[in-house]
Design a protein. Structure first.
Length: 372
């Protein structure tokens, strides 16, 4: 077992030892991969590629025949069990072999219907097994990244940035948002992305006032904000970047909005350090945007963690009490959105260091005016 995986399993076993739970079931896709190396994908919320079962002395991976060979290859530290009828039907006998009495489950992530189904089959079994909520056991480990995870994120970001720079060279009025988004996606995959972190966002003019706009048939026009938000997965880890550009000469509104967001981004990035609360960093950006005359126009949190999932801890928003620590990766993405006109968002990924912050995104923040 490699050192990183060993440390993660030890972290879970420490939680087992400190609780009244003797077996921990892991059903979340990213958490399975984090604790075993198994990359099987669930497909959708009511499908599963399998579960991990972790005790003080045992590691088991239960899956179906579609994934058996993959599981054996990718998770050699686990005993792979192939079931025929499904997880709820298979669990009682597996847990009986483990002498399980109290089964900890991912309370924040397990769908209620799955919980009900598992509980029903456990109640039918002669050995009484109680299901016990275990909240954020894996997520609390995932929040601090090791050097390899940081490097994978840096590599993903570099690929995504290079493709964006290429796309900008061909950006011209008259091209639809959909066409630009497809050029981005095609380029990202050809450049080595294993997949996208999320669907590419390209939004021009009034559409850029929608933080999660869906590219459509609207044509890109000169002298309007064009919002890009994109990211890739590489070796499991996600990149996430936003930039807002303009074709031709910007008007006073664009300049004032852009400069307010640019300064908010700079101030928030400087504020990041070990020991500061996430909501204080959010407040740095939010207060500047309000002082610039755009109060109420920054309509989302300042940022979020990234890793095996595109959105994970830590959350940087007005209510987050998370205290930042070295190894945490998060986005810094202030924005201003004016309905009917458009919006500006600037987003970098950063990692908290022992004495401050390291910006993983290398794209400049000031190259936003594209000459026609």
């Amino acid at each position: 077992m490699n050192r990183h995986l060993s440390d993660r399993i030890s972290g879970i076993r420490e939680k087992l030892a400190a609780s009244d739970i003797d077996t921990f079931i892991v059903s979340t896709e990213e958490n399975r991969r984090y604790l075993s190396g198994f990359t099987g994908e669930d497909g959708q919320f009511d499908e599963t590629a399998g579960v991990l079962l972790i005790t003080a002395t045992s590691l088991k991976l239960a899956t179906d025949g579609r994934y058996t060979l993959q599981a054996v290859r990718e998770a050699p530290d686990y005993e792979v069990i192939t079931y025929d009828k499904g997880v709820p039907q298979a669990l009682p006998d597996i847990l009986a072999d483990l002498k399980t009495e109290r089964l900890g489950f991912e309370a924040r992530r397990m769908p209620y219907a799955q919980y009900q189904s598992i509980d029903k089959y456990l109640r039918r079994h002669p050995n009484r097994i109680e299901m016990v909520p275990a909240t954020d056991w894996v997520e609390s480990l995932r929040v601090v990244k090791n050097d390899d995870e940081i490097e994978q994120t840096r590599k993903a970001s570099a690929i995504a940035e290079a493709v964006f720079s290429h796309v900008l060279k061909n950006l011209a009025p008259g091209t639809t948002e959909k066409a630009v988004a497809w050029e981005m996606e095609k380029g990202l995959r050809e450049a080595g992305a294993d997949g996208l972190s999320f669907p590419v966002i390209v939004a021009g003019g009034p559409n850029s006032a929608l933080p999660h706009a869906i590219p459509g048939d609207r044509e890109i026009k000169a002298a309007e904000p064009i919002l890009f938000d994109w990211g890739i997965r590489k070796n499991g880890y996600c990149s996430d970047t936003s930039r807002t550009v303009i074709l031709g000469k910007p008007d006073d509104t664009f300049l004032s909005v852009y400069q307010a967001v640019r300064r908010a981004h700079e101030l928030a990035t400087r504020a990041i350090r070990p020991g500061i609360s996430a909501k204080k960093v959010d407040a740095v950006a939010r207060n500047h945007i309000e002082s610039a005359g755009f109060g109420g126009k920054f309509t989302h949190g300042l940022g979020h963690g990234t890793g095996l999932a595109i959105h994970e801890a830590p959350r940087l928003n007005p209510t987050s009490d998370t205290v930042l620590a070295p190894g945490m990766i998060c986005t810094v993405e202030p924005g201003i959105y004016l309905p009917g006109w458009g919006g500006v968002r600037l987003e970098n990924q950063v990692v908290v260091t022992t004495d401050g912050v390291d910006v993983l995104t290398r794209l400049g923040l000031d190259d936003y005016i594209i000459s026609l």
